[in-house]
Design a binder for this molecule. Structure first.
Ligand SMILES: [Zn+2]
Length: 282
């Protein structure tokens, strides 16, 4: 599933290409992909609208329209947004096509069909998408150790699960929670209430540092994006633990291990992220 760095990469590559373009026609072939409003309204209301900027909130993309309305998109597992010439071969499982006024189409394809679109009018309150319930953006300045420990410091839940909770931090999933906890030298199954003040500080610094690193590694040209159909995992060579179970730790060479936390797989270094990093009070 795309996490913050992948969604941010899509935002960066698409925004300059679609800004100022007008939607001549919107066509939806799978109505369940549009969560709000009804499909016929969704299509009718979008015709003639002009794309403004694209912003991101957690793993959501928000396409602002010049009218003040906004399209909110969550790609979930396999959703893919592609800007292509109108005669470009259609991806299998293409569910939405926006025909634009420059001879191109913005298409949404999704094999698993968990991805969702919402269209909200200028003054419409978003009670639909779940964005209002998101926690802090990790790349903003008031993302602090105090915020993290206030949100999670009294909880028994594993720290990995806390990091993945969208109401705590917006945008982190299975891959980057493993990478962050490895860099912070914290065992992923540690109960959040066992972390020391020093460890919360370390996490608050490492979360934006790691995410920024991967956002930068994800940078791509429109041509690269189209060539790989938005499914390019350029971060893969830079992942230190995720997907590397059984391989030596890049720091200490101990064999990396995998465990299951809250139903999600987690890879860690038993040496670098050992219980020795537990707080003094334990
Ligand atoms: Zn290690």
């Amino acid at each position: 599933m795309p996490e913050l760095p992948e969604v941010e990469a899509i935002r960066r590559v698409l925004e300059p290409q679609i800004r100022g373009l007008e939607i001549e026609q919107a066509a939806v072939s799978r109505p369940e992909v549009v969560a709000h409003p009804a499909v016929d309204q969704f299509c009718r209301r979008l015709e003639g609208q002009v794309f403004d900027c694209i912003t991101r909130r957690g793993k959501f993309l928000l396409i602002r329209l010049e009218s003040g309305a906004r399209i909110i998109i969550h790609l979930r597992m396999t959703g893919c947004l592609l800007l292509v010439p109108a005669d470009f071969p259609k991806e299998k499982h293409t569910h939405i096509v926006f025909r634009l006024n420059n001879g191109k189409e913005l298409r949404f394809s999704d094999t698993r069909r968990f991805g969702r679109f919402w269209l909200l009018g200028k003054d419409e309150t978003d009670t639909y998408s779940g964005i209002e319930k998101l926690g802090k953006e990790p790349l903003i300045s008031d993302f602090t150790a105090e915020y993290l420990s206030a949100k999670c410091g009294k909880r028994k839940k594993a720290i990995k699960e806390c990091l993945m909770e969208q109401s705590v931090i917006a945008g982190i999933g299975n891959i980057y929670s493993d990478e962050i906890l490895f860099a912070a030298k914290i065992y992923p199954a540690r109960p959040a209430n066992s972390l020391t003040g020093e460890e919360w500080k370390r996490l608050a610094a490492i979360v934006p540092e790691r995410l920024t690193f991967f956002v930068q590694k994800n940078d791509m040209t429109p041509e690269e994006y189209l060539e790989t159909k938005g499914q390019d995992y350029r971060n893969t060579p830079f992942l230190q633990v995720y997907g590397h179970e059984g391989e030596p730790c890049p720091i200490c060479k101990t064999v990396l291990r995998r465990t299951v936390i809250g139903g999600r797989s987690s890879t860690f270094c038993p040496q670098c992220q050992s219980n020795l990093t537990f707080g003094k009070e334990l």
